[in-house]
Every structure is written in structure tokens, then in C-alpha cells.
Design a protein around this ligand. Structure first.
Ligand code: HEM
Length: 425
């Protein structure tokens, strides 16, 4: 009975006037109640229910600590802002992890008769495309094969930066320059994908490395191929542009780091002018710099999971299945309990053996089966572009510039345009 009362209180708080969420919550609470009653021995007394969790409020970590609930219209979500709790959620995410419902995106695609791509598909459909794409996008050797194509795009970027300079080498709004860079890099990969897809559709034989296997071996419908191309584009352009912008913004404001990084690049290059995948693999400070940039500015500041298979235990609470769980990555990656001087740009912290961090404290690409499939390509793209920019230019702040803060527009983006000086070396 107590469950029914709590259930109704919770449902009314969350539902507003619509009956549908009320019914949904009744279902969830009934399930939670029966799970508890069915005797999860040993945990029965210790576990608390959603009703006992602080919230609903958006005030977050400052007010409630590491776990609280909040409502967005009829949707209730549990926020988790502690590396150990994020780990608990991700370790229970099941066979086919679901990020969130993304219902408007899905409704639009249904309406237009489009297929789903990797970002939005679920269950077996997601699994089959993920396994195929994973072979070509996550294996280090397969990704290294993109370095020539990516270096062509870096050539264009360097030429464009030279061309866009005003007096004193100032380039205004660098994010839009890097947006074109992300688009072009993605374009090179997709162009290949699409050309091969068209060959397959004509029944022609397809050869080569890259993503051709994905197309030629599977017989995927063209609509699915195109949806994947669209969604890879959606996921892969702004993310690169924002990370490039923040990297150069921070390096311009930390000339000592920029100098050490340039020294590392030049020593590995030993007189050669175009770094390749094997070169950047030997540049630890470059990797640490990108890690540090993504710690401070995780492009996706909060991620989510909906665990559909069963109720889950997180931080002493029993969360009914289908609860939307928000993983607050921005909060954990700037937590002073995990990272000393959390708001400082200190790439060397990643090279210091005495400084260890919880493995889930900074996870800008996510972790596990549903983590970013573009991670290795993104990292290679960032390493190749940053290394070459530092070889060509001394990057300095805009003499009239202001400090730029991040803001959330679903993605974490700069609040103001970033202008930087690119001084020829
Ligand atoms: C700095 C660059 C990038 C960052 C920080 C980033 C971050 C992320 C994050 C946090 C996720 C969600 C992971 C999860 O739910 O656990 C994700 C998913 C995804 N990313 Fe990236 N990403 C980046 C670049 C890229 C690029 C360049 C591509 C494509 C070439 C890409 C393609 C995708 C796709 C397709 C997914 C969905 C994977 C799935 O649902 O199975 N990302 N990314």
C-alpha cells in the first residue's frame, strides 16, 4: 500500500495533466515494488526508492551532491555526478545500451521514411551496424589508413588559415574555420563510402580498405547507408570544430605548454614536414593535451542511459527500469576531489605517474559498447592538425580578446567567438 501511495505522489508530481505518464509511472512503481517484495535479500532494507531521492530540481550537484532527480515536463531523470556512480550505471547497461529516446529525431525519420543510423538505432539493428562499422573505425590499423586523406584536409586547413589572416596574423572566429575542416575531413571519408555504396548498388565489385567491407559484404539497403553517413556527419563535425578551437585557445594562453609541445613535435619529425599516424603515436604530450582539453571542455557535457532490461541499483537507490539516467561528465571532470586545480589547463597531469584519477572521471568519448565510434578517427584528426599548426605557426591570443567561457547548446561550445593570432614561424 505504501508503494501505491508513493507511486501516485510521484506520478502526479511528474505527470502534470497527462494520464499517460501517470500510467507509465504506475507500471514502473509496481515493478519496483514487486522486485523489492520478491526479496532482493540483503539489499531490501538498504536500498532507497526514487521517491526518497532529493529533487526534483535542476539545482544539481551544489545542492544535492552526487545524485538527484529532476523533471523536464513529463520526463523524470536521475542525475549522477560521481565517477564511481557513473561506472555503476555503465556496468549495468546491458547488451544493447540505449542512450535516450531522441523521439523527435526518430519521429522525423519515420515521417520521411528514412532509416536510422548508428547514433539513433537500437537493439539488434544497432548491434549489427555497430559491429560492422567498428571493424573499420575502431581498430588502430584501419584508422591509420586514413592519415593520408586527413593530411590532405590539414593542407587545406593550413592554407585557409594563412589566407584568412588579417593584420598581425589575426584569424577571427576560428570555430567556423575548424567547422569547415571537420566537414571536409568527414566528407573525404563519406565520399569514399558513398562512391563504394553506389558501385555496390550497380552490382560492381568493390575493392580497397577503408569502409568498403561494410558496404560490399553486408547488402545493407542504400537508405541505411545514407542514414549512417548523415549521422556520422552529425556526430563528427561540431565535435571536432569545438575541440580544435578550445585546444588552440588554451595553447595560446599557455605559451610554455605550446613551446614544450612544439619541441616534442619537432623532435619526432626530425626535419620532415608532414606528421603521419605513426609519428603522432609517439607524441605523449600531444595526446595529454587533447585529453586535458576534453576534460575541461567535454563537447558532450552530459550523456545518458535508459536501461530497459531490468531495475538497477545505483548509489544505494533502486532505479526502476526505463528510468532516464543522466551522466554528468562535465561535473566529474571538473571535480576538485578528483583533479587538483580542476579549472586549470595542465596537460602534464596526464603524464604524472603520481597523479591518478578514477577511470570514469573524464570520459569525453563515453565508455563501453555504445561509446563514440569515431573516437580514433577524431583523435587522429586532432593530432595531425594540431601538430602541423604548431609546426607552421606560433599561436597567440587576440591582443584585444577576452577570456571565453564554455556554454551548453546540447553540445558544449564557446560562449563568444574565439579570435587568435597565427604568426608565421
Ligand atoms: C572530439 C570529438 C568527439 C567527441 C568528444 C565525441 C563524443 C561522443 C560521445 C560522448 C558519444 C556518446 C557515447 C556514449 O553514449 O557512451 C559519441 C557517440 C558517437 N560518436 Fe562521437 N565524438 C567525437 C567525434 C566523432 C567523430 C569524428 C565521429 C564520426 C566520424 C563520431 C561518431 C559518433 C557516433 C556514430 C556515435 C554513436 C555511437 C553509437 O551509438 O553506437 N564522433 N561521441
Amino acid at each position: 500500500m505504501i508503494y501505491v501511495r508513493r507511486m501516485l505522489q510521484q506520478a502526479l508530481r511528474v505527470s502534470g495533466r497527462s494520464i499517460f505518464p501517470l500510467l507509465k509511472w504506475m507500471e514502473r512503481w509496481a515493478e519496483a515494488a514487486s522486485a523489492a517484495a520478491a526479496g532482493q535479500e540483503g539489499t531490501k532494507t538498504a536500498l532507497r526508492t526514487l521517491d526518497e531521492m532529493p529533487g526534483p530540481s535542476l539545482e544539481g550537484v551544489k545542492r544535492y551532491g552526487s545524485m538527484w532527480k529532476a523533471s523536464f515536463g513529463p520526463i523524470l531523470t536521475v542525475h549522477v555526478a560521481d565517477p564511481a556512480l557513473i561506472e555503476q550505471v555503465l556496468r549495468q547497461e546491458g547488451q544493447h545500451p540505449m542512450r535516450s529516446d531522441l523521439s523527435s529525431w526518430k519521429d522525423y525519420r519515420d515521417l520521411r521514411g528514412h532509416h536510422y543510423g548508428l547514433l539513433t538505432s537500437e537493439g539488434e539493428e544497432w548491434q549489427s551496424v555497430r559491429s560492422l562499422l567498428g571493424k573499420h573505425m575502431l581498430r588502430p590499423k584501419a584508422v591509420e589508413a586514413y592519415d593520408k586523406a586527413l593530411n590532405n584536409v590539414v593542407d587545406d586547413l593550413i592554407a585557409k588559415l594563412r589566407h584568412s589572416r588579417h593584420s598581425q596574423g589575426l584569424v577571427t572566429d576560428i570555430a567556423s574555420e575548424f567547422y569547415r575542416f571537420g566537414l571536409e575531413a568527414k566528407g573525404h571519408i563519406d565520399q569514399r563510402l558513398t562512391t563504394e555504396a553506389e558501385k555496390v548498388a550497380r552490382g560492381e565489385k568493390v575493392e580497397g580498405r577503408y569502409l568498403t567491407y561494410f558496404l560490399s559484404q553486408t547488402g545493407l539497403p542504400m537508405k541505411t547507408v545514407y542514414s549512417n553517413v548523415t549521422e556520422l556527419l552529425l556526430a563528427g563535425v561540431d565535435t571536432i570544430s569545438a575541440t580544435m578551437s578550445w585546444s588552440l585557445y588554451e595553447l595560446s594562453r599557455h605559451p610554455e605548454v605550446q613551446t614544450s609541445l612544439r619541441e616534442e613535435v619537432l623532435s619526432i619529425m626530425d626535419g620532415r614536414s608532414v606528421p603521419e599516424a605513426a609519428d603522432v603515436a609517439r607524441m605523449p604530450l600531444l595526446k595529454a593535451t587533447v585529453k586535458e582539453v576534453l576534460r575541461l571542455y567535454p563537447v558532450i557535457p552530459a550523456n545518458a542511459r535508459v536501461i530497459t532490461e531490468r531495475d538497477v541499483q545505483v548509489g544505494g537507490y533502486l532505479l526502476p527500469k526505463n528510468t532516464l539516467i543522466t551522466l554528468c561528465q562535465f561535473a566529474t571532470s571538473r571535480d576538485p576531489a578528483v583533479f587538483p586545480n580542476p579549472n586549470e589547463f595542465q596537460p602534464h597531469r596526464w603524464l604524472n605517474k603520481d597523479e591518478t584519477h578514477h577511470a570514469y572521471a573524464s570520459i569525453p568519448f563515453g565508455v563501453g559498447k555504445r561509446s563514440c565510434i569515431g573516437r580514433r578517427i577524431a583523435e587522429l584528426e586532432l593530432y595531425l592538425a594540431l601538430a602541423r599548426i604548431l609546426m607552421e605557426f606560433d599561436v597567440r591570443p587576440d591582443p584585444e580578446g577576452i577570456s571565453v567561457k564554455p556554454m551548453t547548446r546540447t553540445l558544449l561550445v564557446p560562449e563568444n567567438v574565439i579570435n587568435l593570432q597565427f604568426i608565421e614561424r
